[in-house]
Each structure stands twice: as structure tokens, then as C-alpha cells.
Design a protein around this ligand. Sequence first.
Ligand SMILES: [Zn+2]
Length: 354
Amino acid sequence: MKPPPDISREAWQIHEHSIVIDLHADTLFLVFMFGYRMGARHRNPFPRSPFIYHVDIPRLREGGVTAIGLTAPVIPLNILRRRGSVLRAIQKVDRWAGTMRTQLVMARSGADILKAREKGVPAFFLTLEGAHGVRGELEEIEAFKRHGLVSIGLAHLTRSPKAYPNRRARWRERRLPEAGYALIEKMEATGLIVDLAHVASRSFLDAVEFCKKPPIVSHTGFQSMKPMWRNISDYEAKRVAKKDGVLGVVFHPGYLTRSRNRSLDCVIENIRFLLKTVGDDFVALGSDFDGWVPSMPTDMGDVSYLPRLTDRMLRDGIPVDSIRKILGGNAMRVIREVCDGLPGRDEMTPRPAE
Ligand SMILES: [Zn+2]
């Protein structure tokens, strides 16, 4: 592919030869609820690219994306997730993916992602945001896995029986419910990734300590950069790193910075903060594209602009090796360890400080 006009040749080469993984986008809601055509190129007409129109296949290609995590189109409210509705949504995506195969591969493992990459086809992996409607029996979780689910986020904006979300201050100190522990146990036994995005602080820490496999926080900001309900503390970030998990930096500037500069600078600042706080083995990307957030960085309106992030990291002096890990190497490591059952990080490599 041709490099985008406004980035250096070196940055494009790094980007093109890296595994690039975005851990979280909500595009499937558009596909299944509004008939959005994944194969057509779309454009968000507004200057700060709010809400939707961030992802489609042509722009995944332009953005050099190897794989993107797409959330199953099932609304995270207990009342709307009646018996069987989560599995039905997963099956629906599985069937749809069968019809898209030549343009977009549904990956169930790290090996699938690598295979798609060899063929030059972008991949997506299916995620679930909020464990609402998940009953938690082993057979159910196994059926999710069989139909291609890769991760479950324990919480979203409203309470589920599995975890307290971080949206309300009064939930902050609530312990992880028994059902949350049971779900994690079954997910790990089945090879599903535990996603702690949106989980309230005390439940979050309970879950991290309980995890035997690396958890992820698929799309998040950080309290130290912007104190707000949506973001995690340094301690939470460090505990995830301690378990070899990864932290997907969200792209919405409103979660990333207190400053008025709403450009990619704020994404870079958050990446820099993580490099300092947990080290380069635990940083990943979790855009929240098509997630109805009020804005994207002014110079990164959609997924096709991702090479700009590589260019900015390079110009900012972040080492090439770290850039490649952040772009997708780290996310791939977790996917391979949890979903493919491959051995984890070498026990001999240094861990981040407590
Ligand atoms: Zn979310």
C-alpha cells in the first residue's frame, strides 16, 4: 500500500510491518441495527468526528489495521438481554462473518489473526461489553467460545450481576460479586479474555487479583492524566501489568486530557504516561471508535489515520521496539496466551515495579 501523504516513510514502514490491533470499537451495532455497510467507505462530516462513522473495511486497510475488537451487537442492559439473547447475537455475527470472509476475517485466536494478515485481509475479533444476560454456566461460555467470542467485559454503564461499573461513585467500593468470580473462572478455563474496562475500582482490583491469565482493560483513560469516573488509577494499571495484562488507551480526548489541545498529542501523552508507569510491555490501543463518544482527536478522525499515531510516536522519540509492542505486539501476546493457550511471557523478563 501507498504511505499516507503526511507521515514519514520510516513511520509507514514501521506501521506496515507491525501487527496493529485496536482492542475496542462498536461498529457492529451500526451493521446490525442500522444496516451500515462494512464494505463501503464512509465519512464523518463533522470536524471532531463525533459518535460514529469511524470504521469500515476500506479504512481498516488504509489504517494498516491487522485486527480490531468489535463488540457484539447486544445492548448492555439486563432487561434487554433475555435468556439466550447474547448467544443469538454472537451466532448472528458468526453467520454474517461467513458472508464477509473474503474482505474481513473473523478471528477466534491469535493464529487466525496471523493467518488473515498473511492473506492481506483485515481481521476482527468479537468481544462482549458488559456481562448482562450472561448466565455463567460452563456450557454457555463454551458455546460463546465456539461461535467466536474472544473476550467479555464484566461491566458497562449499568449494573450486571457480575460486576459493579465505575459510572457511579457509590459503586466504587463494592466488592466483586460471587457471580463475577465464577464467570472469570469459567472464562479462563474456556480461553476467553477478561476485560475490566468500565469496572468499578474495588471490583476491578478483586477481579485482577483473582485472574490467573492476563486480563485486559480494552479501552480506558487514566486518573493521573484526567481524574474522572471513566478512568483507572495508577494502582489499577500496575496490577493489570503485574498480571501481564494490557491497557488499551482510549482515543476520546475528553477522557485523556484536561488541556484544550484535543489533537493526537493527548493520546501520545497517555502512552508516555503508561510507558513511565508500567513499561512498554503492557500498553495497547483501544480507540472506542463508533462508540458514540463526543469527539476523536482533531487529527485522527477515524481508523484510517492510525499510521499518524505511529508517526507521532516515532517523532516523539519512542523506541521502534516499543512502538511495535504498543501498536499490537502486546495485545497479540495476550490473545495468544489466553485464546490460543500458548505459554505466557518469559518468567525471567523483568516485571514493572509494584
Ligand atoms: Zn465502553
